[in-house]
Design a protein around this ligand. Structure first.
Ligand code: NIG
Ligand code: FE
Length: 431
């Protein structure tokens, strides 16, 4: 007797790993499609995936869930978010629409440091409540694994509070959270004019404190990330921070080439970072370097979209170079407040020129590898965690083709139904 059988799946995307790794370069977009399929689930894990008729005969299930002939995919994985923050920057959005640039607003004390002020002033309970609301919105849109960065504390105490918010919500909510320490998000106001002193604080105090916290509360490992950018941290400072983190055993991520190319992509490949993120203005030789490396490339199309820019990650060039490409929301209060990975698929097909199949694989199996979880989530294969979404649409192309409204019908995490679009179900599935 198994716990759950999801049957009558019109189209099932298993999105397999390739040789135990991501789908690289031209191989991206292998959805492992099955028609008239079923998924057998027991104790939170996938037992078998196969034809509906055969699995219905083979398994007695405590619960049978009829997918109504619709599409089923792995739960979406969002491998880059800044989801923990207090307040909002709606006024800065108005200024940007009127012509101010993101960098001008940042130089004038707004931007990241504005959210730092509001986050430092917020109670832990208030931060938990604000973050919970955003994570539940993600879940309702089909996301089951979320990378969550700190980076609005920029002092040891508040950075540790942000990690505790992530730990609390990982325990409370039916989502898997992956914590990343981003103390190197900006130079905080008390260090204006002396960024090297802040880098020293990061390497000598904050990183050891985070590593000690992690040893007690998050032994699975905490990523360290740096915003390598003009106005944030230069290449040499980025190297100092990342190598200090590496000495403490932390795996690495890096924000590179969002606005100006500083050589961060090459550094990410050289240090064996798990991912290099943004990669909008990356020079050709560094695209090649990332393509040859094991560093995943995470593109964040909501960011140029949110800023009203027209330049996006040159995704096809990364794929030609053989890179493992993933996509994410970058959900944050400054450049793009969006919780919905379906909208990322819509942008990725139009502006990164990915096919709908490539975009879906970039948002599932490759996104899982970009947060070091490719062995557990991101695909529907026997032995993996049972994270899957039943959609209100019949085929995967719809997830990119349509945009602006939620297409998720039922979200299953670790074998449990955790979200269901109950009220509109009958109407929606008859289209
Ligand atoms: O990824 N690049 C740095 N961080 C965010 C923006 C954060 C903010 O503006 O609050 C990003 O775009
Ligand atoms: Fe970011």
């Amino acid at each position: 007797m198994i716990d759950l059988l999801v049957t009558n799946i019109g189209q099932l995307c298993t999105v397999p790993a390739h040789d135990g790794g991501p789908q690289r370069g031209a191989a991206l977009g292998d959805l492992g499609l099955l028609a008239d399929a079923a998924v057998a689930i027991h104790r939170g894990a996938i037992v078998e995936v196969g034809p509906s008729a055969r699995l219905e005969r083979a398994y007695a299930a405590r619960t049978v869930l009829d997918a109504g002939g619709m599409l089923v995919t792995p739960g979406l994985v969002d491998p880059h978010t800044h989801v923990v923050w207090a307040g909002n920057r709606a006024d800065e959005f108005e200024q940007r629409i009127a012509g101010a640039t993101y960098q001008q607003i940042m130089a004038a004390g707004g931007g990241i440091n504005r959210t730092v002020r509001e986050t430092r002033a917020a109670s832990k309970e208030a931060l938990i409540a604000a973050t919970r609301a955003r994570l539940l919105t993600m879940l309702a849109h089909g996301t089951t694994t979320v990378e969550c960065k700190t980076g609005y504390g920029l002092e040891t105490r508040t950075e540790l509070t942000m990690l505790e918010v992530i730990r609390t919500l990982d325990e409370e909510l039916p989502l898997d959270l992956v914590p990343t320490f981003l103390g190197a998000h900006a130079v905080p106001p008390e260090y204006t004019g002396d960024p090297d002193a802040y880098v020293a604080l990061l390497t000598d105090e904050m990183l050891p404190a985070v590593a000690a916290w992690g040893a007690t509360y998050w032994p699975q490992g905490i990523f360290c990330d740096v915003f390598c950018e003009v106005g944030a941290f230069d290449l040499e400072q980025t190297r100092r921070i990342l190598t200090a983190a590496q000495r403490l055993g932390m795996p690495l991520k890096v924000h590179v080439d969002e606005f100006e190319p500083l050589g961060g992509a090459r550094l990410a490949a050289e240090l064996g970072a798990v991912s290099a993120d943004h990669v909008v203005v990356t020079p050709d030789d560094e695209i090649e370097a990332l393509g040859r490396s094991n560093t995943a490339v995470v593109s964040l199309p909501c960011t140029p979209f949110g800023l009203g820019h027209t330049r996006y990650t040159p995704a096809r060039r990364f794929l030609e170079a053989g890179a493992a490409l993933a996509v994410a929301t970058d959900c944050n209060p400054g450049t793009g407040w969006n919780e919905n990975m379906q909208f990322v698929l819509a942008l990725a097909t139009r502006y990164l020129r990915l096919t709908p199949a490539e975009a879906l694989a970039a948002a599932t199996i490759n996104a899982a590898f970009a947060v070091g979880r490719g062995d557990r989530v991101g695909s529907l294969e026997a032995g993996k965690q049972a994270d899957l979404v039943i959609w209100t649409v019949p085929a995967y192309q719809h997830l990119s083709y349509r945009f602006g409204s939620n297409l998720a019908r039922t979200v299953i995490q670790r074998g449990r139904v955790v979200y269901e679009l109950r009220d509109r179900l009958d109407v929606l599935t008859q289209r």
